[in-house]
Design a protein around this ligand. Structure first.
Ligand code: ATP
Ligand code: MG
Length: 372
């Protein structure tokens, strides 16, 4: 459990002990946080003491009364704002004149709690401010790591999950209210469509996890000798059910002797993505050729299909995250647009390259080269 340090600055002992009582056993959690927050409370009866505490020990949240015996709350706030520290200040005040409110906002006060406040009012203010602090810190941490991209991911992820969730919720409502009658068969298509949506969400989440693990360097690589032929066979078996549905033939041409020092899972992701695209963006009755050869200590993998192809205009953005080509051919094919960006990152872990060659309505060939 993570602790946030709350400094209560008020000359009335009753207010301070009230805050301690309310927050002592209070914890909050948000779905996007790994750990819950609880609170350590420090008390200060004057602004002077508060500033000393902030300077020496720091504080995450300051609950600051404006009317204090010595230096006033608003002046304490001004000094805090000049320290350029990561502290969120909330003013407690019984008569916040407009003047003070404007000043406080200019000095970066997060918000105001009127005095007297109920336990629930305090808790909900603390909840908001904690969320604000958490997000702010997360964003700046990511920026520092040069990983704004992950923040962007979070927003895209939540956006991408919203529409399937809404759809499923809609179907469930219809069923809950038995809008189409008592016969369960009449609801089957809704159940099917919900299943498809759930599958899409699951794929999205798996892709995102692969990608964030990769980006954050958290994914532990397990390198050992991998028999490429065996791995490719596994990948082909995985995609076969989908190929059969569309009457697509898979033709492998794989050198059986290739052994490569690699992480099995990483190579599997590369193979799975290229093969699934080759089947997904093919035509019914089409063909997928997969060839793996070793030439001059470079493993060369090519996956060719007889599918819809990609126009020259669309080629440049192919390997970007969430990039999907939208046209009448792809409209009914589902995907998240993450597969190729993940594949490219995986290939680069092996100092390899991935290239694509394509002709619309004719087919596409992806070529991966990885030095051994
Ligand atoms: P997923 O993340 O589920 O793989 P996706 O297949 O849409 O989703 P990518 O694999 O990254 O995402 O591919 C990006 C886009 O490139 C696809 O949406 C598709 O338009 C195009 N594309 C990829 N492979 C092929 C292919 N073999 N033939 C034609 N278009 C392709
Ligand atoms: Mg794909």
């Amino acid at each position: 459990m993570e602790k946030l340090k709350v400094l209560v600055v008020d000359d009335e002992p009753g207010i301070r002990s009230g805050v301690v009582r309310i927050l002592k056993n209070y914890t909050i959690g948000f779905p996007f946080m790994e750990e819950d927050f609880s609170f350590d409370i420090i008390e200060a009866e004057t602004g002077e003491i508060a500033l000393e505490i902030i300077e020496n020990e720091g504080a995450d949240i300051v609950l600051l009364d404006n009317k204090l015996p010595g230096i006033q709350g608003i002046d304490v706030l001004e000094k805090i704002s000049k320290m350029r520290i990561d502290t969120a200040v909330m003013m407690i005040t019984s008569y916040a004149s407009l003047d003070i409110a404007v000043k406080a906002t200019n000095f970066g006060a997060y918000n105001f709690v009127p005095k007297p406040f109920t336990p629930d009012e305090l808790k909900s203010s603390i909840e908001n401010i904690s969320k604000h602090l958490f997000l702010k810190r997360m964003t700046s941490a990511m920026k520092e790591e040069g990983k704004q991209i992950r923040f962007q991911f979070l927003s895209v992820l939540s956006h991408e999950l919203k529409s399937p969730l809404n759809a499923i919720e809609g179907y469930l409502k219809i069923m809950e209210e038995k809008q189409v009658g008592e016969n369960i068969d009449d609801y089957m298509s809704m159940i099917d469509r919900s299943m498809v949506r759930i599958k899409g969400m699951r794929n999205l989440i798996i892709d995102m996890l692969d990608l964030t693990r990769l980006e954050s360097g958290k994914k532990k690589r397990k390198l050992h000798e991998v028999e490429i032929h065996q791995l490719a066979t596994l990948a082909i078996d995985t995609i076969k059910p989908m190929a059969i549905q569309h009457n697509i033939t898979i033709k492998p041409d794989i050198d059986e002797s290739i052994v490569m020092e690699a992480d099995h899972d990483e190579l599997e992701i590369i193979f799975n993505n290229l093969l699934s695209n080759a089947v997904k963006y093919n035509r019914d009755g089409g063909e997928v050729r997969i060839s793996i050869q070793k030439i001059n200590n470079v493993v060369t993998l090519t996956v060719s299909d007889t599918g819809i192809g990609i126009s020259d205009d669309d080629l440049p953005k192919l390997f970007e995250e969430f990039s999907r080509i939208k046209n009448s051919d792809t409209r009914n094919i589902s995907g998240t647009g993450l597969g190729l960006s993940i594949t490219k990152k995986m290939v680069e872990l092996y100092n390899g390259t991935i290239t694509v060659d394509s002709k619309p309505n004719f087919g596409t060939t992806f070529t991966v080269k990885m030095p051994i």
